[in-house]
Write a protein that binds this ligand. Sequence first.
Ligand SMILES: Nc1ncnc2c1ncn2[C@@H]1O[C@H](COP(=O)(O)OP(=O)(O)OP(=O)(O)O)[C@@H](O)[C@H]1O
Ligand SMILES: [Mg+2]
Length: 325
Amino acid sequence: MTPEPPPALAVHRLGKAFGEHVVLSGIDLTIAAGSVFALLGPNGAGKTTLVRILATLSEPDSGRARVFGHDLIHEPGTVRRRIGVTGQYSAVDGVLTGTENLRLTGRLLHLHRRRIEERTAELLHRFGLTEVADRRAATYSGGLRRRLDLAMSLMGGPALIFLDEPTTRLDPRSRRELWQVIKRLTADGATVFLTTQYLEEADQLADRIAVLDNGTIVAEGTPAELKQLAPGGHIQLRFADAEQLASAARALDDHLFPAAGRSRTDPAQLTVQVPSNGNAGDIKSVLDRLDSLGIGVEQLTVHTPDLDDVFFALTGHPTLTEPAA
Ligand SMILES: Nc1ncnc2c1ncn2[C@@H]1O[C@H](COP(=O)(O)OP(=O)(O)OP(=O)(O)O)[C@@H](O)[C@H]1O
Ligand SMILES: [Mg+2]
């Protein structure tokens, strides 16, 4: 029997404080090789602190972590050869061209000259940078610069890639372009660990998401599992008049979904909301019940919770910070 390959990342009870300020406390995480993992959290949650520790740029105060089975503290050299990091703040040198930035990264990794040339051409092509390759990076748009930064972190062919807020401050189109690039990374077998403040980004890209708030992981699971945690799901029904509304509210409270809590009536809108995750069985039983009493429904809408609802339910505050000025 072949032993199971180790996970890309295994973190056990990791902690870090700056003086009195505890920034990370008791972090446990396992990330399967070949998957995309998103660490979701607001400003100051501790995302960059965790990435820096896992990328061997900073030491934890307690706990341990392994990258493909290699201990972060005892085998930092081996770990570094397996990882690539794109930091929250760019590693691109504006004075150098795209090509020169990539070559310099290759030299810092002690790659052979021929390998550096091959890899540079390959990465420029793959990230759509060939046309701007001979321009100084200072003249690049934010989206181009971010792509060059990501290309640089892939120079050594890392198996685990850390992306710290890869799309913050990008416009929606550049963000979507970068999502495509990130999706392709796993097609080559790489594992991606990204941090983000954007729920939609985590939802789009990640196989699993952990929510970090105040230095602890408050929830972890697939996007679908996390959405189940939010109480926001409901079926909303609209009626022709106040009388029908009142009869419907009574009928629904009498029999349906005792565990889910009572329905909520909005007399001004002539609507009633019934807690539900929107499954067909719930919808059918609501409509059957009203039909049997001769109550007609004008309109039915289903609200399924999104990750915004989840974040709010878990932390008591919305994740999104003020948009960058
Ligand atoms: N070197 C340091 N010395 C002291 N405090 C620090 C240091 N680095 C980070 N902190 C503090 O640790 C906390 C977490 O910071 P961190 O940068 O990890 O958050 P983050 O989740 O990456 O936030 P953002 O979304 O703004 O990037 C913050 O309160 C920050 O001020
Ligand atoms: Mg950060």
